[in-house]
Ligand binder design. Structure first.
Ligand code: ADP
Length: 199
């Protein structure tokens, strides 16, 4: 089963993806994590993306599609969880092509709904917690970058909600509950029969 977790920054996609990896032996494909790994590797690509990420803007479609393409070959285990990808309509079209080329299909797109105030509080809180624990906060987890990341989300990623609705893949869930409540809501989608277009 291959799924997309769709939602704004701070919606909890990474947290839920981690639980699905543990419970269902799925493979988490987080373009954010891949890009953070790339930036610390000292490669040319890493240098290019670091600047863009810190500002809270989106990295080019070409780069992230390339990262995902590499991951779709090989062992698929319990399936892929796309976390933070696709973020643009061009990425969504590219993903559809890549899945088809690999003989795979998309089984569900789960939109995690969280209001803006909660998102900003969560992200700024996450940065404060990191600092309190003596760790480095993410360079883009400050209020200025968060505002830009939210605007990027509404301008470029939120149109995917309509796109996947039209394709018959979309289910929206409330992302405001506890981690376990959200986890149950996702399980209900994955176990339930309400995934339209599931072959
Ligand atoms: P969040 O969901 O909290 O914004 P991510 O870790 O998913 O965090 O992404 C961090 C940053 O990495 C984004 O703000 C963006 O700069 C870049 N990024 C991640 N995924 C993509 C993508 N699919 N397309 C373009 N840029 C991306």
């Amino acid at each position: 089963m291959n799924i997309i977790l769709l939602g704004p920054p701070g919606a909890g996609k990474g947290t839920q993806a981690g639980m699905l990896v543990a419970d269902r032996d799925m493979i988490q494909l987080s373009t954010g994590d891949m890009l953070r790994a790339a930036r610390t590797s000292g490669t040319e690509m890493g240098k290019i993306v670091a600047d863009v990420m810190d500002k809270g803007e989106l990295v080019t479609d070409e780069i992230v599609i390339g990262l995902i393409r590499e991951q779709l070959e090989g062992d698929k285990k319990g399936g892929f969880i796309f976390d933070g990808f696709p973020r643009t309509l061009a990425q969504a079209d590219a993903l559809a092509d890549l899945l088809e080329e690999n003989g795979e299909q998309l089984d569900a797109v789960i939109e995690m709904q969280v209001d803006d105030d909660t998102l900003v509080k969560r992200i700024v809180g996450r940065a404060a917690e990191a600092v309190a624990a003596g760790k480095e906060a993410r360079a883009d987890d400050n209020e200025d970058s968060v505002r830009i990341r939210l605007m990027e989300y509404y301008k470029k990623t939120a149109p995917l909600i309509g796109y996947y609705h039209a394709k018959g893949n979309l289910t929206s869930i409330d992302g405001l509950g506890t981690m376990d409540e959200v986890k149950s809501a996702i399980s209900a989608v994955l176990n339930g029969g309400d995934i339209i277009g599931n072959g």
